[in-house]
Design a binder for this molecule. Structure first.
Ligand SMILES: C[S@@+](CC[C@H](N)C(=O)[O-])C[C@H]1O[C@@H](n2cnc3c(N)ncnc32)[C@H](O)[C@@H]1O
Length: 292
């Protein structure tokens, strides 16, 4: 596969996947997305001060979320002990991300990690112990579970739910939840009602990743954060009444994949049947009510 870098709004580069029909990052800024929606939301600065951080990066891609995490942690505590597991289907993506023009915006230590993970699938540097597992995350996560790994931070970054429903199902979230420490946080850019309902169905509480205040924006959130209620040290940013109402509509019916082997087409077809059979309110009437 030939990956052609495309520049995003903050000057950093992303790729476009012809297979999934989607870019790997927001066009507003690939690198800034990694810091804002993942590193900051999962409290990495506070964790770094404590001396140990365990991270699970679901859908490693170009490695930006892991890279932003490492830069954030090392800036605060250069001796922090870090354990990182990353899951990725396509090994050509992390390799392509080690071209010099893509690496140059990262610090030298982070570059070294990105190169080692892409080439050797393993990296031990400073206090970091990192492993990249290649394959379908629905399968590779079983090694993470078997090791007893408990993540303080989970970066959940698949392609969007309609393009890659395989990784947004109740069944996959059930497995991901097994890897979340009792006081850990999962962050995702998705604000989809189906995704939020799936997180609730597996027993997590959810919060919004709020936008910068902009009264003219039609956007209402830039993602979702999830955690165990019992482990919360402070409340998560509340969903607005409009967002809670969204979960009650047909859009709030989660994706399912009981065999954990379903294809995109199979999972979408089953989801559509469930939506058609549901007595829930339509999402278009919700849109009209709230003007979105
Ligand atoms: C939105 S991109 C992730 C971007 C990445 N976090 C980054 O910072 O560059 C989604 C990634 O999911 C990977 N992917 C797609 N299906 C997958 C699967 N079943 N298991 C694991 N990874 C998958 C794609 O190859 C792609 O790299």
């Amino acid at each position: 596969m030939i990956w052609v870098p495309q520049q995003t709004g903050d000057g950093s580069f992303t790729f476009f996947s012809e297979t999934f029909g989607e870019a790997f990052h927001s066009d507003k800024g690939a690198k800034s997305e990694a810091f804002e929606k993942f590193a900051q939301v999962t409290d990495l600065v506070a964790l770094a001060h404590q001396g140990t951080v365990r991270i699970l990066d679901v859908c490693y891609g170009l490695g930006y979320n892991s890279a932003a995490a490492l830069e954030t942690i090392w800036q605060v505590n250069p001796d922090c002990h870090i354990e990182l597991y990353a899951l990725e289907l396509d090994p050509t993506v992390p390799i392509a991300a080690t071209s010099p023009n893509l690496l140059e915006s990262w610090t030298p230590d982070v570059r070294e990690v990105l190169i080692a993970l892409a080439q050797d699938l393993q990296c031990d540097l400073r206090g970091l112990n990192a492993t990249l597992l290649i394959g379908d995350a629905r399968k590779t996560i079983s090694s993470v579970i078997a090791s007893g790994f408990q993540a303080d931070a989970i970066f959940f970054d698949p392609f969007s739910p309609r393009k890659c429903p395989q990784l947004w199902t109740v069944e996959f979230f059930q497995l991901v939840k097994t890897c979340l420490a009792s006081s850990g946080k999962l962050a995702t850019y998705s604000r989809s009602a189906a995704v939020r309902s799936a997180l609730i169905e597996v027993g997590l509480v959810i919060g919004s990743i709020p936008l910068e205040a902009n009264p003219l924006s039609k956007q209402w959130s830039m993602g979702t954060v999830a955690a165990f209620e019992s482990g919360l040290r402070s409340t998560l940013p509340e969903l607005s009444p409009m967002e809670w109402d969204h979960l009650m509509t047909k859009a709030g019916i989660p994706y399912r994949d009981s065999s954990l082997l379903g294809t995109q087409a199979e999972i979408l077809a089953q989801h559509e049947i469930e939506q058609n059979e549901s007595q829930r309110r339509s999402t278009s009437s919700w849109r009209r009510q709230w003007g979105v």
